[in-house]
Design a protein around this ligand. Structure first.
Ligand code: C2E
Ligand code: MG
Ligand code: MG
Length: 610
């Protein structure tokens, strides 16, 4: 020290010392000295402040330090010091102390070994408060941990949301979105050679929902999902792409027989009843399959849909495979449907009329209006060419309405020509009969009383008629439009319908009529239908009367009226007008002759129109 100060005045030295003290005080760094042999500590005032001793003396007992240490840090703090001592080197430690008031502070201590003038081993060092740093650090660490935890949670919920966006909540299957993406991926996948799409539509699902409620519907969908999944491999994919519509994509099932086997496996799994509580619910499926090389797989879904459409059309509960023939048929049918939709508006639908005569007098008592489509290119078309398509695409009601309107117009024209047209029977489809606006529409037509009869097919009112149908039937009767049951005996047992509906007349189906000339049994059958009708006060018309023999036999067994090729063919409005005119003229002359011969006489049953 003496050497260090040589060349400096005492004044300079005192000045230096004061400045050092000021600097230490400002920095709040304490300085300590530790004489190991004496176990003696020298603290400067700043050290006393750090430890809150309230003392001034430079010399402090060594246990003051150890006693101030936080119990948890004693071991490591003492070890750091002992190691520095052993190395006779640098000392660096950090520890907590507890102030007399109980407050915990973090201190950093650094020092160095030296031997004093007497050669005694000693340390000199400095110590300062790092509590703020430690706390800040700790805060940062915990913030970081929170941020990390939040990132993990965010990632989890992102994955959950993505899953939800790609999957159907009810069955857990991929949805349409995921399916489209996956199909596109498979198409680009070099390891995929062929793809097959199995398009599945459940049968009976709507009925289950309506009858047993949504819980039953849900259970049905869930079990269908599980059953379809059970029929395919892990490489394949099943998705639910609509209410009760599922699609399976089969990868590399090139062998058509295997594909058929898988499709029919899915089909038979879906035919088993679904257990719901104590109930066994009946379901089934229509399935359409399309397959192809991956390169040309662009339309697989559309093609499987075409096959599915065909499966439904052929009566549901079956598997159909896509073919190009099927596609062109369907396209032709769609074109026809597009044209047919416009046909009533373009006045291309017109009635042809077939006469109905009294079975005994053979006088004209009625006309049946039969729809014809005057197609601009294909000529005059019969109902076989278009009614099925009309029904499938849902516009039979429009056709019925067009026929009725034209029939009323034709009738009005005939009246203005001085003719007295008989009642005209028009056919009415189930769809039209279920139209809630039917009666309002009919009223607007101002149909003359007794001018019109409606022909209903049996099935309409046998399939549990709904409120609208019943109300419409009541409305029709109120308008004095007669009701006839068409094709009686062709469908199910129809006595109940007959009793419920109380029609004006029934028309015995052609198939029953045809057989009366060859089979005694059939004759008796038709005879008993007539008998029952009599009991119920219902008139009977025979349709499909193709020969004079038929006409005679039917008249004998009590049929009231006859209709068929032996009586007259369906004819245009003009031909029909001419026919009515000549019939009227003949009747007049016959009547005159009759009057002349007998001066009085009856014109017979049903002659009031002739
Ligand atoms: P339908 O109502 O039973 O009409 C009788 C059908 O039998 C008519 O066929 C008629 O031409 C045919 N026919 C008449 N006499 C004979 C005969 O002696 N032998 C044979 N083999 N057939 C005979 P068309 O005109 O082809 O009509 C077929 C069916 O189309 C009709 O059967 C009816 O169910 C339906 N239909 C016709 N017009 C309409 C309509 O405006 N609306 C609705 N919804 N259906 C209609
Ligand atoms: Mg008819
Ligand atoms: Mg008929």
């Amino acid at each position: 020290m003496a050497e260090a100060t040589s060349g400096r005045s005492e004044e300079e030295f005192q000045d230096l010392l004061r400045r050092l003290e000021l600097a230490l005080e400002a920095s709040q760094i304490g300085v300590w000295q530790h004489n190991i042999t004496e176990q003696e500590l020298l603290w400067d005032p700043q050290m006393h402040k750090l430890y809150g001793t309230g003392l001034q003396e430079r010399k402090v007992p060594s246990d003051v330090w150890v006693n101030a240490l936080h119990p948890d840090d004693i071991e490591s703090a003492v070890r750091d010091f002992d190691m520095a001592l052993e190395r006779k080197g640098f000392y660096n430690s950090q520890f907590r102390i507890i102030l007399p008031g109980g407050e915990v502070r973090h201190l950093r201590s650094r020092g160095h070994y030296y031997e004093d003038a007497e050669g005694a081993p000693s340390f000199i060092g400095a110590e300062w408060d790092v509590t703020a740093d430690v706390l800040l650090n700790r805060e940062l660490t915990s913030q970081k941990a929170i941020a990390e935890a939040r990132a993990v949670a965010l990632e989890q919920s992102r994955a959950r949301i993505e899953h939800a966006a790609d999957h159907d909540y009810l069955t857990g299957l991929p949805n349409r979105r995921y399916f489209d993406r996956r199909l596109a991926e498979l198409r680009k996948d070099a390891s995929v050679e062929t793809l097959a799409v199995v398009h599945i539509d459940l049968n009976g699902f709507k009925e289950i929902n309506d009858k047993w409620g949504h819980a039953a519907g849900d259970a049905t969908l869930q079990s269908a999902a599980a059953r379809i999944s059970g029929a395919i491999t892990a490489n394949d994919l099943v998705a639910r792409i609509g209410g009760d519509e599922f699609v399976a994509v089969l990868v590399n099932v090139g062998d058509i027989e295997r594909l058929e086997a898988i499709a029919s496996d899915i089909f038979s799994r879906l035919r088993r009843d679904v257990r719901f509580g104590n109930e066994m619910l009946k379901i089934g499926a229509s399935i359409g399959v399309a397959t192809g090389q991956t390169s040309s797989a662009g339309n697989l879904l559309a093609e499987s849909d075409v096959a599915l459409f065909q499966a439904k059309k052929l009566g549901r509960n079956r598997v159909e495979f896509f073919t190009t023939q099927l596609q062109s048929d369907l396209q032709a049918e769609r074109r026809l449907a597009d044209e047919l939709r416009l046909a009533p508006v373009l006045r291309q639908i017109e009635p042809f009329y077939q006469i109905q005569v009294d079975a005994r007098s053979r006088r004209i008592v009625g006309l049946e209006a039969l729809a014809r489509w005057r197609h601009p290119e294909r000529g005059l078309l019969s109902p076989v060419a278009f009614l099925k398509v009309a029904d499938e695409y849902g516009f039979t009601a429009e056709i019925d309405a067009a026929v009725l309107k034209r029939a009323l117009a034709d009738r009005a024209a005939w009246v203005s020509q001085g003719l007295s047209p008989p009642r005209i029977a028009v056919n009415i489809s189930g769809r039209r009969l279920a139209d809630p606006d039917l009666i309002v529409g009919l009223r607007a037509l101002r149909i003359p009383r007794d001018a019109i009869a409606f022909e209903l097919v049996e099935t309409i009112f046998l399939d549990e008629p709904d409120e609208v149908v019943l109300a419409n039937i009541a409305g029709i009767k109120e308008m004095v439009i007669e009701i006839e049951i068409d094709d009686f005996g062709s469908g199910h047992a129809s006595l109940i319908g007959l009793v419920k509906l109380k029609p004006k007349r029934l028309k015995i189906d052609r198939q029953l009529v045809t057989a009366v000339t060859v089979s005694e049994e059939q004759r008796r059958l038709v005879g008993s239908i007539i008998e029952i009708a009599r009991t119920l006060n219902v008139e009977v018309v025979a349709e499909g009367v193709e020969s004079e023999d038929h006409a005679r036999i039917l008249a004998e067994i009590g049929c009231d009226e006859l209709q068929g090729y032996a009586i007259g063919n369906p004819s245009s409005e003009k031909e029909t007008a001419a026919l009515l005119k000549s019939a009227q003229a003949a009747s007049h002359s016959r009547f005159s002759a009759h009057v002349a011969a007998h001066a009085t006489g009856s014109a017979g049953r049903g002659s009031d129109h002739s």
